[in-house]
Design a protein around this ligand. Structure first.
Ligand code: 2P0
Length: 349
């Protein structure tokens, strides 16, 4: 019996304007639009191969070599939507094999350690949706497919695009206008680089899903953030990216990271994602920018203490030279400090 296969990769994306809060938990509809940069395929990515055959007995997923459950509602929602689109194609063209009715085998592999504390769900769901869409030969655009990836994990919708990506929150109740769009291809502003400082690889104790709903339900500051701060910042950040204005992009990115962590602190009970080492990194970035009299580096922190620094290639040498004073080993563009090195820095700084 025939086996049909297709493979796709999706890289991790790091938000520069943060998604934090759902207006619909079941559909992963956000309370604000967000913006991110997708890292390069060579760096942090998930590779997924999807196979289907009439002989397969059940849907199965192997993640990094381990058999994993596909039972979660999020995964089931993605599989159901993709099969629905395929069955529409099969109705239009009865000569097509009935892949929508067959079971799927999925093999996924991350090229980065899950312990690095980086959200892997975004790349994971994006690669899963992209691989199955290819297997089913779906004609839908990436923005259309991003609505399916969004149901797996909100931030996953942004990983279907490379480069600079916006997730437009949409306003419809069914989520049909809540999708990702590309702002700028990575080749149009290729000088941007990211450096990940691994402060801690310990799993966070408040998951993003739990944390964001605690913030929605208890933080007063959150209402101001989503009603006033983010809508304006979303437009300004898009403009900064389109005009490749790093100084402005960096200011908005740092302010938005701080605003997001302020709403975490304003939640009740408060959520602490950044730690003292993260705060030292924040201070150091401001000192560097102040020394150069313009922003040459931007920090951003997700739901954990690890820093992602954005900077332009032309400033790499001077930035790394400064960082090197504190940490003795840096590798390549996706350079990661080990937690031990950052802890050493903790003592020096
Ligand atoms: C973001 N984060 O924009 C924000 C910033 C974390 C901090 O998206 O519940 O794993 O699966 O929709 O996408 C992490 O949340 O949450 C996240 P779900 P997700 O990248």
């Amino acid at each position: 019996m025939s086996i049909y296969t297709a493979s796709a990769t999706a890289p991790v994306n790091i938000a520069t304007l943060k998604y934090w809060g759902k207006r619909d938990v079941s559909l992963n509809l956000p309370t604000n639009s967000s913006i991110s940069i997708t890292l390069s395929q060579d760096d942090l990515r998930t590779l997924t191969t999807a196979a289907t055959s009439q002989s397969f007995q059940e849907d199965q997923l192997w993640l990094n070599g381990q058999l994993e459950s596909l039972a979660s509602k999020r995964t089931q929602d993605c599989l159901r939507d993709l099969r629905q689109l395929r069955s529409e194609l099969e109705l239009q063209d009865p000569s097509l094999p009935k892949l929508s009715q067959w079971k799927l085998h999925l093999v996924s592999e991350n090229n980065f350690p899950t312990a690095a504390g980086l959200a892997s769900s975004a790349a994971g769901f994006a690669a899963l949706v992209a691989a199955i869409a290819q297997l089913f030969q779906l004609p839908q655009s990436m923005s259309e497919l991003s609505k399916i990836a969004r149901k797996g994990s909100g931030s996953a919708c942004r990983s279907l695009f490379g480069g600079y990506v916006a997730w437009e929150m949409g306003h419809l109740q069914d989520g049909s206008d809540s999708k990702a769009v590309q702002i700028l291809d990575q080749n149009q502003w290729p000088e941007m680089k990211a450096l990940i400082l691994v402060v801690s690889d310990i799993k966070k104790d408040v998951s993003s899903t739990q944390g964001m709903q605690l913030t929605v339900n208890t933080s007063d500051l959150f209402n101001y953030r989503v009603s006033t701060v983010v809508p304006e910042r979303f437009e300004s950040m898009k403009q900064a990216i389109l005009s490749k204005d790093f100084n402005q992009f960096a200011e908005l990115t740092m302010k938005d990271s701080n605003s997001f962590h302020a709403t975490c602190l304003d939640s009740y009970p408060p959520i602490f994602y950044i730690n003292d080492t993260s705060k030292r990194i924040i201070n150091l970035c401001h000192r560097i920018n102040s020394f150069y009299n313009t922003n040459i580096v931007a920090y951003t922190f997700d739901a954990g203490p690890n820093a992602v620094l954005y900077y332009l290639r032309g400033n790499e040498d001077k930035l790394l030279a400064i960082l090197n004073q504190f940490c003795d080993k840096i590798q390549g563009w996706d350079a990661k400090f080990s937690s031990e090195q950052i802890q050493n820095w903790n003592k020096i700084y």
